[in-house]
Ligand binder design. Structure first.
Ligand SMILES: [Ca+2]
Length: 501
């Protein structure tokens, strides 16, 4: 009975529904006050090409599949911004980009005095007695600045690096950006930075404290460009049997012009260039290889957790900062408000969470902060904008009214419900997709008069306030000045054609 009571404190919210039998069977140790540890694994640019989401029919992610079997997968989870810095800032602050003004690759959110004392997810756990650990890319690369690290977490492991890199790029892309590359490299897993990162985490976990609860955040670099992985991961996907994404050649014809402004110029190549250069198939293959490689690193970390003996009192949560196009709608990369860029893996496994279940309700990465806090028996900071997912961890079929909202640069938003995606851009232009009838978002229904009521209903979820970009914003920033759209500071003129390279 003592055991039951202590767990009750730890996972109070779940307690009432999972019931005595389930909880008792899990036998969590009453040590550390029965408090639950958190192991949070963050992926970079991983779209829905993972086994549990079936975004690609050939993808092989046995370790994520195993995690799905022992936990809950949200199959309709969406990022708050299709770009690293704003997405991660949103998850870790619990605030929307339209609230903070963090839309671009820069700045570090604490450079704005309004957020100097805002408790991030890790800080909140630290304030409630947790030992906090951060390694790899959790915030955006280079953030927090070195001198602020000790304020943000107790223990810092290796910092994110795109390493190793070959002497020169394998692919000569239209943009010479050094990271825009793919191919078989290096020879062995042990040479990859993400391997080292997993090794560091494994060592830490095998020796993890038992007298104090902890929150460990690990941010892997794969499958972010460059898509490098050793040969054996490419061998999983023989090139001649590879299934390519389904792309409609004239898919951009029914888009408002403003849609293109969101990714006017990217270092990531366009689909047309990939096809012309015979690089589409190699990129798809390299991305799949990178996904399987990082899945194996996740597998190593989860094995270390098991070896530590702490799995039964640890919540594991896996998410990716946003999705990635591999040709769909004519582009590669992120920076869009379409399904390919907003849909992300989101999986949770731990005490009291039903095993092998899926939840199809639209949810937001923004919901993670309140979810993790409530699950671990912490109060939820009142200023957070997400909502705790505990009701759906208890009952994946529970109804949910609130849709998922994704924002890319000021006043461009997508609203995703179970059936619809409604996009409204800063100039008022719109897109509407019925994902039940049109899963590839090929047919923009926004101009159809019979859908006016649907649009109106979805538009009521758009934020009332759209913060201007935070001072110091730069990198993939789109703003409108005197009616002229500026992409990264350069005007887009009315007759400029969409850059298709
Ligand atoms: Ca990213």
């Amino acid at each position: 009975m003592r055991r039951l009571i202590t767990l009750c404190v730890g996972v109070m919210g779940l307690w009432t529904v999972v019931g005595e039998q389930t909880v008792a069977a899990r036998d969590p140790s009453p040590a550390a006050g029965g408090r639950i540890n958190v192991l949070m694994i963050v992926l970079d640019d991983l779209n829905d090409w993972v086994g549990p989401l079936q975004g690609h029919p050939q993808v092989r992610t046995p370790y994520l599949d195993a995690l799905a079997r022992r936990g809950l997968t949200f199959t309709n989870a969406h990022c708050q911004s299709p770009l690293c810095n704003p997405s991660r800032t949103s998850v870790l602050t619990g605030l929307r980009p339209s609230t903070t003004g963090v839309y671009a690759l820069q700045p570090w959110f604490r450079s704005d005095g309004r957020f100097r004392d805002h408790p991030t997810l890790l800080q909140w756990f630290r304030q409630h007695g947790y030992l906090t650990v951060s390694t790899g890319k959790v915030f955006h690369s280079g953030y927090p600045p070195k001198e602020q690290q000790s304020q943000e977490a107790d223990v810092w492991g290796p910092e994110a690096r795109f390493a190793p890199r070959p002497k020169s790029k394998f692919v000569t892309t239209p943009d010479p950006h050094p990271l825009v590359d793919w191919g078989v490299f290096p020879e062995r897993d042990e040479e990859c930075f993400d391997y080292d990162l997993a090794s560091w985490a494994c060592t830490w976990l095998r020796d993890a404290p038992r007298d104090k609860p902890w929150f460990v955040a690990i941010g892997f670099q794969h499958p972010h460009l460059p898509c490098y992985a050793p040969r054996k991961w490419f061998d999983l996907y023989p090139e001649d049997q590879l299934i390519l994404p389904v792309v409609k050649e004239d898919d951009r014809d029914d888009l408002p012009r403003f849609a293109s402004f969101l990714h006017w110029k990217l270092p990531e190549p366009r689909w047309k260039w990939l096809v012309q250069q015979g690089q589409w198939r190699p990129l798809v293959r390299a991305y799949l290889a990178s996904v399987s490689f990082v899945d194996a690193q996740i597998g190593r970390v989860l094995q270390a957790l098991r070896d530590s003996g702490l799995e039964q009192r640890t919540l594991v949560v896996v998410w990716s900062d946003h999705g990635w196009h591999l040709g769909e709608k004519g582009i590669t990369g992120k920076n869009s408000l379409w399904e390919r860029a907003t849909r992300v893996p989101l999986m949770l496994a731990g005490p009291g969470i039903p095993a092998g279940k899926q939840c199809r309700r639209p949810v937001e990465l923004l919901d993670l902060y309140p979810t993790l806090a409530e699950y671990c028996g912490l109060k939820i900071p009142p200023q957070l904008e997400g909502i705790s997912l505990l009701p759906w961890l208890k009952d994946p079929q529970a109804p949910r009214e609130r849709p998922a909202l994704t924002t890319h640069n000021p006043n461009n938003h997508a609203v995703r419900t179970e059936r619809w995606r409604y996009i409204r851009y800063a100039d008022g232009s719109e897109e509407l997709y019925d994902l039940q009838a049109d899963p590839h978002e090929w047919h923009n229904l926004a101009q159809r008069p019979d859908h006016a009521a649907v649009k109106k209903e979805l538009a009521r979820w758009l934020p009332e306030h759209n913060a201007p970009p935070m001072r110091g914003s730069a990198g993939r920033l789109l703003v409108i000045e005197n009616g002229v759209p500026l992409w990264e500071g350069r005007p887009i003129r009315p007759d400029d054609p969409f850059p298709d390279r």
